[in-house]
Ligand binder design. Structure first.
Ligand code: E4P
Length: 218
């Protein structure tokens, strides 16, 4: 299972990269705005900076919602670095843009997926990744993990190469359950990734080992 970090914060991306488990980064316009990044040149420069830190795929989202705009923006983003994956929203022109980029060999991530039908359509259009937002579904009392299960079955039935990128991950159990279901990738905050390493018995056990060692060597 690939681990992506869902942020545009360079310090957090570096911290996850230094941990040695990072396979990529996802961003979105809200995450870029949160870091105070605005203006086309600054946005492009920020993506370049992210690409310098990570080894894997970096999803960069288009703002346009029409086909021509998505193609123009997506081509500019893809030209920045071979790590860039053009992130495209699940709208009608977005499906056309997925097909356009797929035919050109440019990687895509179809975002704002909330149903199995949307995921199927994106896969048919050749998306490299589909991003079902599990946390936002949970937020409205709908089972986000059930959506991941459903997409897994559909993609396996037909051997789609499109990878399931479980997005809007909020906590470590989301990651574990996505791994059990067989999501190809998860993207979440650094806090969810770091929470995986925590267990009180690990802390208690380590404290005892160190105390026993200190006693024996005093
Ligand atoms: C994924 O690519 C999205 O940027 C992200 O996971 C959305 O997460 P949120 O629902 O926590 O905003």
């Amino acid at each position: 299972m690939k681990f992506f970090i869902d942020t545009a914060n360079l310090a957090q991306i570096k911290e996850a990269q230094d941990l040695g488990v990072l396979d990529g980064v996802t961003t979105n316009p809200s995450l870029m705005a949160k870091e105070g990044i605005s203006g086309e040149e600054n946005v492009l420069a920020h993506y370049r900076a992210i690409c310098e830190i990570v080894d894997g795929d970096v999803s960069a989202e288009v703002i346009s919602t029409d086909f021509e705009g998505m193609v123009r923006e997506g081509e500019a983003l893809a030209a920045l670095d071979e790590k860039i994956v053009v992130k495209i929203p699940m709208v009608k022109d977005g499906v056309k843009a997925l097909k356009y980029f797929s035919d050109k060999g440019i990687k895509t991530n179809c975002t704002l997926i909330f149903s199995a039908g949307q995921a199927l359509l994106a896969a048919k259009a050749g998306a490299t990744y589909v991003s079902p937002f599990i946390g936002r579904l949970d937020d409205i009392s709908t089972d986000g993990l059930a959506l991941i299960e459903s997409i897994r079955v559909i993609f396996d039935n037909y051997g789609f190469d499109t990878e399931i990128l479980a997005a809007s991950v909020r906590h470590p159990m989301h990651i574990i359950e996505c791994a059990q279901i067989g999501a190809d990738v998860m993207t979440g905050p650094l806090s969810a990734i770091e929470a995986l390493l925590k267990h009180p018995l690990t802390d208690i056990g380590l404290a005892k080992f160190l105390a026993d060692h200190a006693k024996a060597n005093s």
